[in-house]
Design a protein around this ligand. Structure first.
Ligand SMILES: Cc1cc2nc3c(=O)[nH]c(=O)nc-3n(C[C@H](O)[C@H](O)[C@H](O)COP(=O)(O)OP(=O)(O)OC[C@H]3O[C@@H](n4cnc5c(N)ncnc54)[C@H](O)[C@@H]3O)c2cc1C
Length: 450
């Protein structure tokens, strides 16, 4: 059972009565029914790449027993319809396999993130995963058309529709998307597909500052429109971490710059010569001082190498040692303000801390991580989240709450939102069978709650 009881970063180790590996939605429903009848708690688990300890059981849950329900064996692609432009996949399908199936059929499944070789569709849906294509296609929430979900009483909700418009009542699927396995177990999802791009340009751009990066983002959007599909900000120190662990990683430039942007531009229109358009736009960006240097990938191999510099940051950081991670979002207009103030704010509390920043800047999502001993984490977290809140941001942009941020959510979320979340959870799962101790605590009902 060991691999199912520890999270990807080895921060959380839980205990469980057992691991159940059903292979159909009916079998999941039976497992939930039996567990619930015996007061056993159920922890749904996908690829176990989550970064907030949501998919592993608690060390101990107030005397009650827990099982892990792994969705790994629900791994069929049920349908791929080119007229509906939809793929219907079971929860245990690995994201990369779903992308490949779509590509083989001449379509794009645009959800993409560094963990796509292990993360599963059920986990992707349940965390409302973001990733590198949100700028153009939105988060998972915007891409899911329908869901099949096992409810806490063991019944199956078949909401596996593939409609683009449906205003017949509440949009129930949205409740389950991003609910981190606290409201039901996703067994299948219908996800939108898009035309495959005919050409794609990947460029690594040196920029003088985060403020310049934000101006470059808006400039390129005005020049290139929707074809700008990714725009990732990377601080120099992140590249140095990657060079330290990935032997074949090379600096794209001969000199070092303080900040970089990894941008991707894709065209779905045939016979558009993207390289020329991107080069012209970058030349103007150099002239107005919002970019300093750039390289364009000349082959698929080079494209993969450039993306690797971005994708390996999380792993390089993990190998470097402990860090306090902050997957935060703030309005795009305040990113440079945040990045100017946050390092100094952190250092007033922990002088030896080494902040690093990278992220999906087009979505206002920064991974602001601070390399420092674990004992400094609480103090650093408070300093960062206080600043984020002051700037109108969120303490979790895409990784969710899980067990790692449950107390922080209780502290930073407004009372009304917190109470609504508790009421939703209680209504769908009155005995808290699913994923106890994750996302939001559910206190006992008081008279005033009724
Ligand atoms: C290197 C790396 C890079 C990453 N990059 C990104 C990124 O760019 N963007 C991003 O959003 N995330 C990112 N993540 C986080 C993670 O990959 C995502 O959260 C992913 O969606 C989790 O999928 P999973 O199958 O591994 O889920 P798990 O880790 O197994 O579970 C995650 C949560 O979902 C619940 N769950 C899982 N399956 C189901 C189900 N079928 N029904 C109900 N609940 C379920 C679990 O209980 C848990 O709360 C990254 C992680 C790593 C390791």
């Amino acid at each position: 059972m060991a691999p199912y009881l520890v999270d990807w970063r080895s921060r959380y180790r839980g205990t469980a009565l057992g691991v159940v590996e059903p292979s159909t939605a009916d079998e999941v429903a039976v497992a939930v029914r039996i567990a619930s009848a015996h007061g056993v708690k159920v922890v749904p688990q996908g690829g176990n790449t989550g970064l907030v300890g949501g998919g592993v059981p608690l060390t101990k849950h107030e005397g009650s027993q827990q099982i892990v329900v792994s969705l790994r064996r629900l791994n069929r692609i049920r349908d791929l319809d080119l007229l509906d432009n939809v793929i219907v996949v079971e929860a245990g399908v690995i994201l990369q396999n779903a992308q490949a199936a779509a590509r083989t059929a001449g379509r794009l499944l645009p959800i993409s993130l560094a963990a796509e070789g292990s993360a599963q569709i059920g986990g992707i849906v349940s965390t409302n995963a973001g990733g590198t294509n949100v700028l153009r296609f939105g988060s998972t929430r915007e891409l899911v058309l329908g869901l099949e979900v096992i409810l806490a009483d063991g019944s199956i909700w078949n909401g596996l529709q593939r409609l683009r418009k449906n205003n017949a009542g509440y949009d129930l699927k949205q409740l389950f998307i991003g609910s981190e396995g606290t409201l039901g177990i996703v067994t299948a999802a219908a996800i939108k597909l898009f035309p495959l791009p005919h050409s794609c340009v990947t460029t690594f751009i040196a920029v003088p500052s985060p403020a310049a990066a934000v101006r470059l983002l808006r400039y390129l959007q005005s020049e290139l429109g929707d074809s700008l599909t990714a725009f990732e900000l990377i601080e120099r120190v992140c590249l140095d971490l990657v060079f330290g662990v990935v032997e074949e990683a090379r600096d794209p430039f001969e000199q070092s710059y303080p900040w970089y942007v990894l941008a991707e531009v894709s065209a779905t229109v045939k016979e558009v010569v993207l390289d020329d358009i991107v080069e012209r736009s970058l030349a103007s960006a150099f002239e107005i001082g919002i970019a300093m240097d750039a390289v364009l990938a000349q082959s698929e191999k080079q494209r993969v190498e450039l993306w690797r510099l971005r994708d390996e940051i999380t792993e390089a950081e993990r190998r470097h040692g402990p860090s306090a991670k902050h997957d935060i979002s703030i309005p795009v207009s305040r990113i440079s303000d945040f990045l100017a103030r946050a390092p100094a704010t952190v250092r007033t509390h922990v002088p030896h801390a080494r902040p690093i920043a990278f992220g999906h800047v087009g979505d206002g999502n920064i991974h602001f991580n601070v390399l420092a001993p674990a004992e400094d984490a609480d103090c650093i977290n408070r300093a960062v989240y206080d600043l984020v809140t002051t700037l109108g941001g969120s303490i979790s942009a895409e990784h969710g709450i899980g067990q790692s941020k449950i107390e922080l959510l209780a502290h930073y979320k407004d009372r009304t939102s917190l109470s609504l979340m508790q009421r939703v959870r209680r209504a769908l799962d009155p005995s808290t069978t699913f994923n106890p101790g994750k996302l939001v605590h559910v206190p006992p009902v008081r008279g005033s709650d009724l």
